[in-house]
Design a protein around this ligand. Structure first.
Ligand SMILES: [Zn+2]
Ligand SMILES: [Zn+2]
Length: 236
């Protein structure tokens, strides 16, 4: 039998198997929740190509705060980095859903069942109470490389925060926010750690040939992103 599942229309968080009074992610009242079935009738997930192998996935219309997930098709295997909040059964199946952190779990439990996908997250983030109803097949503790996708654990924004590189594309999720001409650290997290761990990100990026950056609500040229990031770190 299908478990009951609700989606918060303010933040997109999926509440699996229970109906709380307040959204455990953003605190919105239960009047703002819709059932997962209703969510799937009101929203679809749309793919927008980033390049030949990478596709941006977004709920349409935007679902609350809305965040992008990304699909990478590489050597016969399909990976998602993060997961849309809306369950759309018409999407091409994914083999692996791997997270940057525990903020954008989306409807990963449903996609896991439907696609028989393996879901991964860093061990430190898997322990957060927000993850209780979600199943992770792999809770990794080390950086890894698989089919050209490189995972780098940095912590900072969350203890298990992990960013990814695939060929010339950087997947940084919500570590930083873009604002007019500049950049700021994500304010929803420990500020000291976020700043300190940004230097780990910076070190990994040194000397890499990167052309695009995929964030939670943007895709931009690396040149532009890098300039803003350097300024944020006080490097220029
Ligand atoms: Zn919410
Ligand atoms: Zn986050």
């Amino acid at each position: 039998m299908e478990k009951e599942q609700y989606v918060c229309t303010v933040c997109g968080f999926n509440m699996v198997g229970y109906h709380p009074d307040l959204c455990p992610f953003c605190g919105a009242p239960k009047e703002k929740f819709i059932t997962s079935e209703e969510c799937s009738t009101r929203f679809i997930v749309k793919g927008t190509p980033v390049n030949e192998e990478v596709t941006r996935l977004n709920s349409v219309p935007a679902l609350g705060f809305e965040h992008a997930a990304y699909r990478i098709e590489t050597n016969g295997k399909t990976f998602w980095i993060d997961c849309p909040s809306c369950f759309d059964s018409s999407l091409k199946p994914a083999d692996v859903i791997t997270f940057t952190h525990h903020h954008f779990l989306g409807a990963s439990n449903q996609y896991r069942d439907y696609f028989h996908a393996k879901v991964r997250i860093h061990k430190l983030d898997s322990a957060h109470s927000i993850c209780r109803a979600f199943t992770f097949d792999v809770t990794f503790q080390e950086n890894f490389v698989e089919r050209g996708i490189e995972a780098f654990h940095t912590g900072g924004h969350t203890p298990g925060f992990t960013f990814y590189l695939f060929e010339d594309v950087l997947f940084i999720c919500d570590y930083v926010f873009l604002k007019e001409g500049g950049m700021s650290f994500n304010p929803f997290g420990p500020q000291k750690e976020t700043r300190e761990c940004a230097f780990k990100i910076d070190r990994v990026l040194q000397g890499r040939n990167i052309s695009k950056v995929c964030g939670f609500n943007y895709v931009i040229d690396y040149k532009d992103w890098k300039k803003r990031f350097a300024r944020l770190l006080g490097k220029d």
